[in-house]
Design a protein around this ligand. Structure first.
Ligand code: FAD
Length: 478
């Protein structure tokens, strides 16, 4: 666990001031109740505070932020607290966490414009179901969707399993409302698909991890809900075959290709240990697996033919070892659980050193080959664990300790392992954070992997929005 702050006490009179602004429901002060805000969802980060503010409207967020700005109190915006980079845990002593959990309202739906406007604290799962009620799809999909909030998704520019077809959170956002670090409110909730009148300010807040302001609402794109879905689980010998298969899938399935996930043998092995009710996909284990999904608006059943054709072509070209097509929705869900159970699998196998990297799609096999070899040289017996969104060039590369080596001793080599993996990523023109953000986890590495001019531009923006460095200090760029 990363423990980040000693938690200097915010004064009683400051707490009283915030209570006046939000009412008694708006403040959490009891030590037992504070715990779940201070520790991240996966238990990796702990940052203390003695006050959590829970505003219930944009006006209350603005009032709380203005009060903090006036008293020079550092603020940490928090959504569902499922982030994996420690962005929602305080670093600066005497910080207040501002949770958006009471701002869950649906503001409006515009069916003809294909948009939905929601408050930042609505969970992703609820946004999806509100869209479904109007027979539309909100296509962002993450394993944490029952808990993460749309404000957190926007702030981390979350990705997930359907980016290949629909893009990441940034691509799904048309407008935002945000409270600036001095308490002023910017209403940019425009549902426009074209707007070239000046800088596109919403993009500054998307992926800013709460360092430039607090997102309070968003206007999001929805798309027609697919009627047909076809899913296949495929055994492969190596990532090169997977890359060729992806190219074939693009050619044969075109725009209907919505997901192309890659998993190593060990990932499936440990899911089966962690979730013993799940079944192995094939009689024998294989070195690599791909989970392919296609979706379309056409009548159900229409995609099965093209997917079978893809598998036949791939078999003929020697790209796959074995394959199975989901015959029912329940079988499809079972296949997806092999992919979505990776967090549990990782825990069962012995927590690894995690990396959320991206490289150009064409270079994923080279990345895996080079990183595997370099790590095996540095730490003989290190156990590979890698899965991710091949279609987006995004791999979660999380090697586990060699047999017989305790996790506690393995993680003392975290910096060395990070350096090996991230140097290769940099050489391949990739990114050290594809979808989880920088938070507090990767700030030191930003210095190594971002150019001076990139860091200077980021710092200039940060100073312009937040000259007193009160909005989520110590995160992203320091
Ligand atoms: P939090 O964790 O609360 O916050 C994340 C960051 O955003 C923090 O810096 C915080 O200060 C800031 N923030 C939160 N709300 C606001 C706001 N309203 N205004 C300004 N700043 C704000 N991520 C992916 O991208 N793809 C995946 O496939 C994926 N799978 C996951 C699976 C599991 C099991 C888990 C636990 C996590 C996964 N994640 C994934 C990571 C995580 O769910 C995402 O980063 C998510 O977008 C975080 O949302 P949240 O509401 O929990 O944000």
């Amino acid at each position: 666990m990363y423990i980040t702050t000693t938690g200097e006490i915010l004064t009683r009179s400051f707490a009283d001031r915030l209570r006046l602004l939000m009412g008694p429901q708006g403040l959490v002060e009891d030590e037992a109740d504070l715990e779940r805000y201070c520790v991240s969802f996966d238990g990796s980060f702990l940052g203390r505070t003695n006050l959590v503010a829970r505003p219930s409207s944009t006006a209350e967020v603005a009032a709380v932020v203005a009060a903090c700005a006036k008293a020079r109190v550092p603020m940490v915006p928090q959504g569902g607290n499922t982030g994996l980079a420690g962005g929602a845990q305080p670093i600066a002593s005497g910080s207040v966490i501002i949770s958006l959990e009471r701002m869950r309202a649906l503001r409006s739906i515009d069916v003809a414009n294909d948009t939905i406007t929601v408050e930042a604290g609505m969970t992703l799962a609820e946004v999806q179901s509100r869209a479904a009620e109007m027979d539309r799809l909100f296509p962002l999909s993450l394993a944490s969707e029952g808990s993460c909030q749309i404000g957190g998704n926007l702030s981390t520019n979350a990705g997930g399993t359907q980016v290949l077809r629909y893009g990441n959170t940034r691509a799904l956002t048309l407008g935002l409302e945000a409270v600036l670090p001095d308490g002023r409110v910017w209403n940019g909730l425009r549902g426009l698909r074209k707007d070239s009148a000046g800088y596109d300010l919403k993009h500054l807040f998307i992926g800013a991890e709460g360092t430039l302001g607090i997102i309070t609402a968003a206007t999001l794109r929805t798309v027609p809900r697919p009627r047909d879905v076809a899913t296949a689980f495929i055994a492969l010998s190596d990532p090169e075959s997977a890359l060729h298969l992806l190219q074939r899938a693009r050619g044969l399935l075109g725009d209907s290709l919505s997901g192309f996930e890659l998993m190593r043998r060990e990932c499936v092995k440990w899911v089966l240990v962690a979730l013993p009710t799940e079944k192995p996909p094939f009689a024998e284990p294989h070195p690599w697996y791909a989970l392919i999904e296609a979706t379309a608006q056409s009548e159900p059943g229409g995609l099965r033919g093209p997917l079978e054709e893809l598998l036949a072509v791939a078999l003929e070209e020697g790209l796959l070892i074995d394959a199975m097509l989901a015959d029912s929705e329940s079988q499809r869900r079972r296949l997806w659980r092999l992919r979505e159970g990776q967090a549990e699998a990782q825990k069962a196998g012995g927590a690894g050193i995690k990396h959320d990297v991206s490289v150009p799609v064409s270079r994923v096999p080279e990345f895996i080959k080079r990183a595997d070899a370099a790590l095996a040289r540095a730490i003989p017996g290190i156990r590979p664990f890698a899965f991710g969104h091949l279609g987006d060039g995004n791999i979660h590369f999380n090697p586990m300790p060699p047999e017989g080596i305790a996790t506690a001793s393995f993680v003392t080599r975290r910096e060395e392992v990070n350096r090996i993996v991230h140097d290769i990523v940099a050489e391949l023109d990739g990114s050290i954070s594809a979808e989880h953000g920088v938070g507090q986890l990767r700030t030191a590495e930003m210095t190594r992997y971002k150019s001076t001019i990139e860091r200077e531009m980021m710092k200039t923006l940060k100073r312009a929005f937040d000259p007193n460095n009160l909005m989520n200090p110590g995160k992203v760029i320091v």
